[in-house]
Design a protein around this ligand. Structure first.
Ligand SMILES: [Mn+2]
Length: 295
């Protein structure tokens, strides 16, 4: 058995958990954009991939009556291997706990990367309710099932990683393709296209996402609800399916690694996907315009 460390001075951010004060002070914004409900997932705190700065910005600009954390908030898989916990990650936890204190109902539905939290379902930590799944009733009277979405991996039986093949990798393969082709030609080998193979994989990824959405929506339809909110595949989307003549809405709140999306419900029950990098960019354009005008 490994010996427990005497103190956690090597990991000041871990020792300071739960955080008393954030390292990035909470910005006082005159009027926060208020929503009835906010859903976020796939934050992956504890990894370098987490876009903490954008999420802090999002949390400082918005508010809601209810907030769902739809899984993979903390990446326990990575933390088990190596402790990576910058101060900004504490700041996110601090802001979520502060929201709960201010009166926002917070429901945390753990995903597969934070499955170590799942045994605590039914419990409440500092105003954060832990649940395995939830039902949400919208303002326009629809019932939505809320879950992380890894529950469908076993049904999908597909190569999950394909869903995460990025454009950069694809373009790199396209470049590599030219090299491989000329080397093969040099050795008198027949032409074989890496990019064609890669394209096939990317096409599979697109098909995988589409199929996943269909499978999740069907499961919701079978349970008799009007829609489903999930995360997991890091692909934000609003889609409508039909199940036995009834409309089933599929909502995916995306992630805070690449897309940086949130799903929100307005007070009339209208649902919207927010793309936070675009919101920040739109905010900066008029500011730059003012500077130009002043110059
Ligand atoms: Mn997941």
């Amino acid at each position: 058995m490994t010996e427990l460390p005497k103190d956690f001075s090597d990991f000041p951010n871990v020792a300071g958990f739960p955080p008393v004060q954030p390292s990035v002070p909470e910005r006082v914004i005159g009027e926060r954009r208020k929503y009835r409900t906010i859903w976020i997932s796939d934050v992956h705190l504890g990894t370098k991939g987490c876009n903490a700065a954008l999420l802090i910005d999002f949390l400082d600009h918005t508010d809601s009556e209810t907030m769902y954390l739809v899984g993979d908030i903390i990446d326990g898989w990575r933390l088990k291997k190596k402790v990576y916990w910058p101060a900004e990650h504490n700041d996110i936890v601090w802001r979520i706990l502060k929201r709960a204190r201010r009166g926002t109902r917070i429901v945390y539905i753990p995903g597969n990367h934070d499955e170590m939290v799942r045994p605590f379902s039914g419990m409440n930590f500092g105003g954060v309710e832990i649940a395995r799944a939830a039902f949400h009733d919208t303002a326009d009277g629809r019932r939505l099932m809320v879950l992380h979405g890894d529950e469908f991996d076993t049904i999908m039986l597909a190569h999950r990683w394909l869903a995460f093949v990025g454009d950069a990798l694809y373009h790199m393969m396209m470049k590599l393709n030219g090299w491989v082709a000329s080397v093969r030609k040099l050795f008198g080998l027949p032409y074989w296209s890496i990019s064609k193979a890669a394209k096939h994989k990317v096409k599979n990824a697109v098909e995988f996402i589409s199929k996943y959405e269909e499978v999740v929506a069907r499961a919701a339809g079978e349970r008799g609800v009007d829609g489903v909110v999930c995360g997991h595949i890091h692909t934000a989307e609003i889609r409508e399916f039909s199940h036995e003549g009834k409309i089933v809405s599929y909502y995916n709140d995306g992630d805070w690694v690449e897309g940086c999306n949130a799903l929100v419900e307005h007070f009339d029950g209208t649902m919207e996907l927010l793309h936070w990098p675009e919101e920040v960019a739109a905010r900066q354009v008029p500011a730059a315009g003012r500077e130009l005008a002043a110059a």
